[in-house]
Design a protein around this ligand. Structure first.
Ligand code: FAD
Length: 499
């Protein structure tokens, strides 16, 4: 079906790699010397691609607009198509005479196995698929422990990565993208990617600059202003101490190895490397989540530690609803959930606190919290999100033990000591300051009246008593252990998880 002439176009299929620099698939297509067709396909039914949530689709809209501009400036065109991926790729090849499709692999077991099947379907139609790796610092297939098995614990995994050769240098953005004869494209506006009912994302633009330029600007600003203090300030939600590169990474607007080398070059150019090691190790956690999915399959659907299959989760729709709306009456939890809703992002420390509160104090399955984050985070990443939720739940790899239950009040006092983060997102409580803001229900009536707070009226009373919630969580954990011990597979599981 496709033309075999030397001038047949090369089709570059963009996915979660919406960038021109350090894009190996694009680079190889340019080097093939053929005219290019750059395409993005919105496949609503692609289970294999796992459709992004609503906040991510807001990001996608703006990121595609930015990518389209950059491609146009270099003489090409970004073609947008909506429909079944295979059919659209085949159709595009037919329309443009392409005989090869270049893409960067999915970094997700579901997507990768979908890719293999897709490559076979394309081969049947005479189209060659060329896949490249670009989404991680280190190849997830490479590092195994002394017994030849995949690591289950982060520290030895990361040490092994650091002993390996450094990630190769990032590729530059091509100067020119010689476009093939223009082919029809959907109109981005017609895709209605931005949330409409309700349009809660209208304020996101104040916080974010989606697109490759936004990503590179963010990295430069972070290196100049925040990197040196990162090891201390990264845990403080009341400070701007982290890079906020996560949505750019989630959409592939910047590659991890670009970050790696820019951080290292920054030190060599006379900047400080202070903070660099810690910062790069956080990127290592991202690699680890992808590594786990690569070796053990998606963590989205199954407990990594199968003992948790016996966990007695509670049905608590009212609690889940209050949590989503930032109306639990626990200030640091409500602040985090409102930051998420308003900006599409939440500080890492507060993600841990909010997730722990939902799972442990409210007894709600981690999968329900994960689904809400997938829908509302602009940085929603199926591997990282699932691994992180399971980490908090205690069911994941190298997870925090379930019985270590965060107390949201002491967490707030420690990481938001003046209550500034809570004040920002829960303005009802600005009349209280310091530690008092984290536990309004413990304050004397006259103090609350002076602060203009009436619990249950101006701000909710706690949805659960923290002590009771904690005890219920520990009871549930004991129930799980007892149930798991009764199952025949329990002993072998204990052994398997021990390495
Ligand atoms: C319950 C829960 C859910 C999460 N869901 C996501 C998600 O869907 N997408 C996502 O990108 N991150 C997720 N994280 C990890 C982390 O919270 C975010 O990556 C981080 O807050 C992003 O902000 P930043 O870019 O300023 O991070 P920085 O501190 O500047 O870190 C730099 C980069 O390292 C990576 N990183 C940092 N912390 C982690 C971590 N704990 N695990 C894996 N990678 C990390 C991210 O890619 C991040 O952009 C989740 C954490 C928790 C506890």
């Amino acid at each position: 079906m496709a033309s075999s002439s030397a001038t047949a176009a090369a089709l570059v299929w963009f996915r979660r790699d919406l960038r021109l620099h350090d894009n190996p698939a694009l680079w190889a297509a340019v080097r093939s010397g053929r005219p290019l067709v750059c395409a993005f396909i919105d496949d609503p039914d692609a289970v294999a691609q796992l459709a992004p949530g609503r906040a991510s689709r807001w990001w996608l809209h703006h990121s595609l607009a930015a990518l389209s501009r950059s491609i146009r400036q270099r003489g090409g065109q970004l073609v947008l198509r909506r429909g079944d991926t295979t059919s659209e790729l085949v159709r595009l090849c037919g329309e443009t005479g392409s005989s090869e499709v270049f893409w960067n692999r999915g970094d997700n077991p579901t997507r990768d196995s979908g890719d293999t099947a897709l490559a076979a379907r394309l081969a049947d139609r005479g189209v060659k698929a060329r896949g490249f790796a670009s989404g991680t610092l280190f190849n997830p297939a490479t590092h195994l422990n002394g017994s030849g098995k995949p690591y289950r614990v982060f520290t030895p995994f990361w040490k092994a990565c650091l002993r390996a050769p450094e990630p190769s240098a990032a590729l530059p953005a091509p100067d020119r993208l010689p476009g093939a004869a223009v082919t029809a494209s959907d109109n981005l506006e017609d895709w209605s990617l931005r949330p409409q009912a309700p349009d809660w994302a209208s304020g996101f633009s104040q916080d974010w600059e989606p697109g490759e330029d936004g990503a590179l600007n963010r990295l430069e600003a972070f290196l100049a202003n925040e990197l040196a203090d990162y090891p201390q300030s990264r845990d403080r939600p009341d400070e701007d101490g982290t890079s906020r590169l996560s949505p750019h990474l989630a959409w592939g607007e910047i590659s991890p190895r670009t970050i790696w080398h820019t951080v290292r070059d920054h030190a060599e150019r006379g900047g400080s490397f202070q903070g660099g090691e810690k910062f790069l190790s956080e990127l290592g956690w991202r690699d680890f989540a992808i590594y786990l999915a690569h070796h053990f399959g998606s963590l989205r659907d199954e407990n990594f530690n199968r003992q948790f299959d016996h966990f007695p989760w509670r049905s608590n729709p009212a609690g889940l609803d209050a949590w989503k709306r930032g109306q639990t009456g626990i200030p640091i939890v409500d602040a985090g959930m409102r930051q998420l809703w308003t900006t599409g992002w939440m500080h890492n420390r507060v993600r841990m606190i909010t997730a722990s509160f939902l799972i442990k104090h409210l007894g709600v399955h981690w999968r329900d919290g994960m689904a809400w984050f997938e829908d509302t985070l602009v940085d929603a990443d199926l591997n990282v999100n699932a691994a992180s939720w399971q980490w908090v739940a205690g069911s994941g790899a190298d997870a925090a033990p379930y019985f270590r239950i965060f107390n949201p009040v002491t967490q707030g006092e420690r990481f938001d000591p003046q209550g500034l983060y809570v004040h920002r997102w829960v303005p009802e409580l600005t009349g209280l300051s310091g530690k008092a803001v984290h536990a309004p229900w413990t304050r004397p009536a006259n103090e609350l009246i002076a602060a203009g707070i009436s619990l249950g009226q101006t701000y909710p009373a706690p949805v659960t008593d923290l002590k009771t919630g904690r005890e219920q969580a520990l009871d549930a954990y004991q129930t799980m252990k007892a149930r798991a011990a009764e199952t025949p597979e329990a002993a072998s599981l204990e052994t398997a998880l021990g390495n």
